[in-house]
Design a binder for this molecule. Structure first.
Ligand code: PEP
Ligand code: MN
Length: 356
């Protein structure tokens, strides 16, 4: 079996269980995926960093024997999550082709540094770095730079977007915050960017939509969690799909070319437009949240019989935003125009509430 070459195939399809649980579950799941011919890399976690102690924390080293059996039988490369030196050494010993650094590890510079030092000048291994739990691009880029500084070739490093933990309400387990990814891409424009819809969605019905959105945004691949009996999975049960459903999901995806028949111009234009569309969607999502808050204030004012328009508040909002936006490359006129439009809409909604 030759060395796995990142970038040799696009799109890159990675699939397998969240965790290797038993030999039967690991082999059966991954063999079904492999036989479909649609999957390029087999994944499974054997060390699971879990939020709560007492949850299943991974089957450990023996899981690598099972993965290796699959590798021997199918010729497919195998990928596993590592979080420290012992994991890396163990994975390398068992012929793992691809290591990935999980979201809970990317947040920890000490852990990433330890992993990077273990891979010092290793030219064979591929390392995929998941985004950190928090939307902190510096931390993500820092993790990649630690690997590069230890001599891991840049072409052997890839990125995985698995969404960001969020304390507000969201239909996603880890909302994607796509605009963050554009920022990361601008740091490493040639690095493979893989989407992990399973951890973004946290549930099955949303998977196809997010996978397609990633393809539309020109991602280079997907990582999907699959399990022979998803409901009985020992970790991440609600987001895993059967191998058959996983293959259907992959088959339903439409992958986009990086460039149109012609030139760079087209593709760059497309990327910019998609980014703008996404930002617009997020802008209006925020505006809707702001209006709901204004409505709430309207109700409170009504109960207390307080006037809607309070000029000192309006002056404060203007002063504050003009100061906050200084240095953002926005003209004062533009900031005022946008603020006025928002404020007018808030007032008219509060008016309606008051007079209902
Ligand atoms: C996983 O891939 O199973 C995993 C633990 O992912 P994350 O680090 O994205 O939570
Ligand atoms: Mn998982």
């Amino acid at each position: 079996m030759g060395k796995f070459v990142l970038g040799a195939k696009r799109p890159l399809i990675i699939a397998g269980p969240c965790s290797a649980e038993t030999r039967e579950q690991t082999i059966e799941t991954t063999m079904q995926l492999a036989r479909s011919g649609r999957v390029d890399v087999i994944r499974a976690g054997v060390w699971k960093p879990r939020t709560n102690p007492g949850s299943f924390e991974g089957i450990g080293e023996i899981g690598l024997d099972w993965l290796n059996e699959v590798k021997q039988a199918t010729g497919l490369p195998i990928a596993v999550e590592v979080a420290n030196r012992a994991h890396v050494e163990c994975a390398l010993k068992h012929g793992v082709d691809i290591l990935w650094i999980g979201a809970r590890t990317t947040v920890s510079p000490f852990a990433v540094q330890e992993i990077a030092e273990c891979l010092h000048d290793n030219k064979d291994i591929t390392v995929l770095v998941k985004n950190p739990m928090t939307p902190d691009i510096g931390l993500w880029a820092g993790a990649v730079n630690r690997l590069i500084n230890e001599g891991v070739p840049q072409e052997n490093i890839g990125l995985i977007h698995r969404g960001f933990s969020y304390f507000g309400q969201s239909k996603f387990r880890n909302p994607p915050m796509w605009h963050m990814i554009f920022e990361m891409r601008s740091h490493f424009p040639d690095m493979m960017m893989i989407c992990d819809p399973s951890h973004i969605c946290g549930c099955r019905p949303l998977l196809q939509g997010i996978a397609q959105q990633a393809a539309d945004l020109c991602y280079d691949g997907v990582m999907i969690e699959s399990h022979i009996t998803p409901d009985k999975a020992w970790s991440d049960a609600s987001q895993q799909v059967t191998p058959q459903d996983c293959i259907t999901l992959i088959d339903n995806m439409m992958w986009r070319e990086k460039t149109a028949n012609d030139p760079e111009f087209n593709s760059e234009l497309n990327m910019c437009r998609q980014e703008i569309d996404q930002i617009d969607a997020e802008l209006f999502d925020l505006l809707s949240k702001r209006m709901k808050m204004a409505d709430k204030i309207g109700h409170i004012k009504k109960v207390n019989n307080v006037a809607i328009l309070q000029s000192n508040r309006w002056e404060y909002i203007c002063r504050r935003m003009l100061s906050l936006t200084r240095g953002m490359g926005l003209s004062e006129e533009f900031v005022r125009t946008v603020l006025e439009a928002i404020h007018l809409e808030s007032i008219s909604r509060q008016n309606e509430i008051m007079n209902k």
